[in-house]
Design a protein around this ligand. Structure first.
Ligand code: NDP
Length: 404
């Protein structure tokens, strides 16, 4: 029986809050706080109606550490779940250190002025978390999150040595708009328009944005153009998967998305610095974010499937071994269950499971941790129970679903 404080009330939070309410034997009290309280109230009202579970709501500016400390002291939660934006990671972590409250998030810290996507500043708080004797769990979404757990499961239960990992993120859903992002547009476009990067033989190799494209024939979904991107889980996996020779990350994009993105970039709409318009300072990407469809509104209109998984190659009992561990999710099924599309669902469910692992004491420690640092088995078991069942495809060592 535990009390949880969830911060943020967007597409992912809707799923997290609902899934916590569906697991009320663990999450016996839920407080949902965000910048716009009316969004929290809407989610709380839906949960009251569909599940008959009460969710308390509050207003918070999560950039303000003092305000966060006051809220945490008032609510006294057993865990703070940061489901706001990556910009708030450090302020919420600092408030958790001050109030000695465990912390969880789904995405690594991002500085508003530079697109870096790195763990450095969060890992730097490891000592502070250790000193006050509490735990922070970083990146408990799908990627990062479940993809880290798939790699940990492979390392702990399937392989003696892992040499190659390709993380494949395929969204074959269709929302019917010419251009929309399926999670926060500002974060999504910063991530996708940055240089690509992968890790090989101990070094990072940088590519231009979208420079490397491969076609993968995704099981249960089909052939999709997939682009090499930098993605944050690679930073911790290169440290925690021993013997690794190469790790890459690919994400699928349709032609319409890429054409719009290129055009917006060419005209300067992806800029994250301020420009002055009639005496008013505007960040072009923030203006664009206001104009684009709210990802939380895509649920009813998105059809099709996601397939996210890890293609892992290595050695078991002296023989070459290759597996694809993956989940397929149906956008409309997610919508029927939670009112959200599959990208919010595949992030929100693992956030709830990570919290459950911490509150049940199955994952515990003092300091700042990434997902692959714990026993993967209890998390993998929960994925099957909570709506994200996984499969393991045993492949021949030279077999691939890359179309050459
Ligand atoms: P949304 O933009 O839909 O929601 C973000 C929420 O955070 C909004 O309710 C917003 O409030 C709130 N918020 C923003 N700033 C503040 C602040 N200063 N104080 C309080 N609340 C604030 O985003 P998503 O739900 O799509 O994404 C949520 C998180 O999940 C992001 O960090 C994203 O990067 C991450 N993510 C992780 C994935 C993974 O697999 N690991 C995949 C997809 C997303 P308001 O509504 O008032 O603006």
């Amino acid at each position: 029986m535990a009390k949880v404080l969830i911060i943020g009330a967007g597409g992912v939070s809707r799923v997290v809050t609902k899934k916590c309410a569906m697991n009320s034997s663990v999450f016996s009290q839920i407080v949902l706080a965000s910048r716009t309280k009316s969004k929290c109230d809407k989610i709380a009202a839906e949960i009251k109606e569909s599940l008959h579970v009460s969710v308390q709501t509050a207003t918070i500016d999560a950039d303000d550490v003092d305000a966060l400390v006051a809220l945490i002291e008032e609510v006294k939660p057993d865990l703070v779940m940061n489901i706001a934006l990556p910009y708030q990671d450090l302020s919420i972590m600092d408030a958790c250190i001050k109030t000695k409250t465990p912390y969880l998030d789904t995405a690594n810290y991002e500085h508003p002025d530079t697109a870096k996507f790195e763990y450095k500043e969060q890992w730097a708080r490891d000592k502070a978390f250790k000193d006050v004797g509490i735990m922070a769990l970083l990146g408990s979404g799908f990627d990062p999150g479940v993809t880290n757990v798939y790699c940990a499961y492979a390392q702990q239960y399937l392989f003696d040595e892992i040499h190659y990992i390709d993380i494949l993120d395929c969204n074959a859903g269709d929302h019917g708009y010419p251009f929309a992002t399926n999670f926060n547009p500002e974060i999504n476009l910063r991530e996708v328009s940055s240089n690509g990067r992968y890790w090989e033989d101990g070094k990072w190799i940088e590519t231009k944005p979208m420079e490397i494209m491969m076609q993968w024939d995704y099981p249960e979904v089909g052939v999709k153009d997939s682009y090499l991107l930098y993605h944050e889980e690679m930073e911790s996996l290169t440290q925690n998967i021993k013997g690794l020779k190469r790790i890459r990350f690919f994400m699928t994009f349709g032609e319409s998305y890429l054409t719009h993105m290129k055009c917006l970039e060419n005209v300067g709409m992806l800029r994250i610095d301020e420009v002055e318009v009639n005496g008013v300072k505007v960040v072009p990407l923030q203006l664009l974010t206001k104009l684009l469809p709210d990802p939380a509104s895509l649920g009813p209109r998105t059809v099709g499937f996601t397939n996210i998984g890890c293609l892992i190659t290595g050695i078991k009992d002296g023989k070459a071994k290759k597996v694809y561990i993956y989940n397929v999710c149906d956008h409309q099924e997610c919508y029927r269950e939670t009112g959200a599309q599959a990208v919010s669902y595949t992030t929100g469910v693992p956030a709830m499971i990570g919290a459950k692992m911490m509150l049940e004491g199955k994952w515990s420690g003092k300091g700042v941790f990434n997902m692959e640092q714990f026993d993967a088995k209890p998390f993998m078991d929960e994925l099957n129970i909570q709506g994200l069942p996984w499969k393991i495809l045993e492949m021949k060592p030279d077999e691939t679903f890359e179309i050459k």
